[in-house]
Ligand binder design. Structure first.
Ligand SMILES: [Fe+2]
Length: 423
């Protein structure tokens, strides 16, 4: 059961009042050695009642601010993308402050430009910007303040928009000392002016938003650093076997380029790229004598090899930030006919990204040297893969992969493609 926040405030406030009255009364008794008469009791009761009402009113304001802040933090908390954050912020503010127009401007080079807006014409979105050198920005940088501009203010025209507005409110979104962005609002819906109450709420929200932007930035930085460390580890792992050197890079390049040719979203391509880089991470737990065994593996040894997708996903789960990638790593050895591992998933039960990585993995394995054979040519590898249709691979996907290799990759070597990708 949850108890509403305002009841807790009221209860705590009430108790502290009772305590202070009781304490005062007790001290009075001990110093003056006198008891209160009924009229004094009544007066005390009335005073208590008034104080309690004041406390409740005051607490209601605090509660509203804290509730909004909590709402904000929980809504913005999981978002890492700056533009998505700006868009959420703009919507939440419009809903809670009841304004006609709202926008969040973020710093891009020498200007603060609109990252998200609510209610504004598309042309206004583009024109709503301000130079970082503007004196208004200098002012916001050095203060915690909110600036409200009326039509008569000189700075009113600094923001050019198509809409006719009477009043603008500009607030800096700060992360520490840095002015990360601006919150811009114009005209209350009820034609009233911005109030001190609005400003107080905005200060709370602006603080939450500034910190969220900062956290998103820090998380992204931490994540990319962690990926670099893990990727380095994966590459170090490849050094254990000279035949698989560069394999992760190759698979990541093939898989992400193929995903792009299928029209997969940018976010998914990034997930596939990272998962492909780390797909064999679990081999770190496989003894050298099995991993590098020149001859055929015994069924027992093959069971050990089969543990690497699950082990890799579990190992990387400890990092805490990879999520969708882990699913692809876990399933990169599943086969279309359900004979793969570790879970013998069938057909479309296998995530698309895992199917893409599997195609890239097999193709790269076939076209590179192995201790027991030389690399196959691209044509021979395609011929071998065609025989796997309906077994290892979904027929349509395999067809598209072959087309991708023949038409798009065929013109360039993997190294040239990697260079183009800047990897
Ligand atoms: Fe693997």
């Amino acid at each position: 059961m949850t108890i509403p926040l305002n009841y807790i405030y009221m209860a705590v406030g009430g108790m502290s009042l009772v305590f202070s009255f009781w304490a005062g009364y007790s001290l009075g008794l001990s110093s003056k050695k006198k008891r209160l008469d009924p009229a004094e009791y009544q007066a005390l009761g009335e005073e208590f009642d008034v104080k309690m009402r004041e406390l409740i009113d005051e607490n209601k304001q605090h509660i509203r601010r804290w509730e909004l802040m909590a709402k904000f933090i929980s809504a913005l908390g999981g978002v890492r993308d700056e533009t998505k954050l700006a868009s959420l912020l703009s919507r939440l503010i419009r809903e809670n402050i009841n304004v006609k127009y709202g926008a969040v401007l973020l710093r891009r080079d020498d200007n603060f430009v609109t990252a998200a807006s609510d209610g504004l014409h598309v042309e206004s979105e583009k024109s709503l910007q301000i130079s970082v050198k503007d004196s208004l920005i200098e002012y916001l940088k050095t203060t915690q303040g909110i600036v409200v501009l009326g039509k008569m203010d000189r700075k009113f025209s600094a923001f050019r928009i198509k809409e006719q507005v009477n009043e603008m409110l500009v607030m800096g979104l700060k992360t520490g000392e840095e002015l990360k962005g601006l919150l811009w609002l114009a005209d209350k819906k009820n034609s009233q002016k911005f109030t001190e109450g609005d400003k107080a709420i905005l200060e709370y929200l602006g603080y939450a938003a500034g910190n969220t932007f900062n956290n998103a930035l820090l998380m992204n930085e931490l994540e990319s650093r962690a990926i670099k460390i893990v990727t380095g580890l994966a590459k170090a792992l490849e050094q254990r076997d000279r035949y698989t050197r560069g394999h992760s890079d190759h698979v990541a390049t093939y898989a992400s380029l193929f995903a792009r040719s299928l029209g997969v979203s940018k976010a998914q391509i990034n997930t596939i790229y990272t998962a492909a880089l780390l797909h064999d991470m679990g081999k770190i737990g496989i003894p050298d004598e099995i991993l590098n065994k020149p001859g055929r593996l015994t069924p027992e040894e093959f069971e050990v090899i089969k543990s690497h997708p699950l082990y890799g996903a579990e190992l990387l789960k400890i990092l805490g930030f990879l999520k969708d990638e882990l699913v692809l790593i876990l399933h990169h050895h599943e086969k279309f006919d359900g004979t793969g591992y570790p879970y013998r998933l069938k057909g479309n039960q296998i995530p698309l990204g895992a199917q893409i990585i599997s195609l890239a993995d097999v193709f790269d394995a076939l076209t590179t040297n192995r201790p027991y054979r030389d690399a196959f040519t691209v044509e021979k590898a395609i011929e071998i893969m065609k025989k796997m249709t309906g077994e290892n691979f979904e027929p349509g996907m395999l067809e598209q992969f072959i087309e991708f290799i023949e038409k798009k990759m065929g013109q360039k070597t993997i190294e040239e493609q990697q260079e183009l990708m800047g990897k």
